[in-house]
Design a protein around this ligand. Structure first.
Ligand code: DAT
Ligand code: MG
Length: 137
């Protein structure tokens, strides 16, 4: 294992539903360290950079619109293998089928929601983490 930092976002659906504390609690309970935290109203430029790998995909525009619908909580999280570890805590992308015990599996709702309303983001590699942390902090 290696000490890493990752970017976690509580997306606008998580903030609006009052789940920030629950999600922070799961990160803390795992033993990860909260290094920095801020509430951000993301704009299109920030989101275009953050989601650059997804530009042109069918879900890109709805995703960027949704991410501007309210504030996001950005968290710099440190821990051993925290990049893969947080994605394991988060669960798979679609909350409908995410495993119980995960943030998306336990807290995601499967009625009338879009896949992008999946509560959290976590960086997927050391390169992504460094790039994304520089954008949000
Ligand atoms: P993840 O957030 O699990 O890393 P991703 O990076 O592939 O997933 O996609 C970024 C976000 O885009 C994801 O959290 C939700 C949305 N998304 C991904 N695939 C989608 C799809 N097939 N339909 C709608 N939204 C999608
Ligand atoms: Mg991703």
């Amino acid at each position: 294992t290696a000490l890493e930092e990752t970017l976690v976002l509580v997306k606008p659906d998580g903030v609006a539903r009052g789940l920030t504390g629950e999600i922070l609690g799961r990160i803390e309970a795992k033993g990860y360290a909260l290094v920095d935290i801020r509430l951000v109203q993301a704009d299109r430029d920030l989101l275009a950079s953050h989601y650059e790998e997804h530009v042109g995909k069918p879900f890109y525009e709805p995703l960027v619109e949704f991410m501007q619908s309210g504030p996001t909580v950005a968290i710099r999280v440190a821990g051993n293998s925290v990049i893969a570890g947080f994605r394991s805590l988060a669960g798979t992308t679609d909350p409908t089928t995410a495993a119980p015990g995960t943030i998306r599996g336990d807290l995601g709702r499967d009625w009338g929601l879009k896949v992008q309303q999946n509560l959290v983001h976590g960086s997927d590699s050391p390169e992504s983490a460094a790039r994304e942390l520089a954008l949000w902090f």
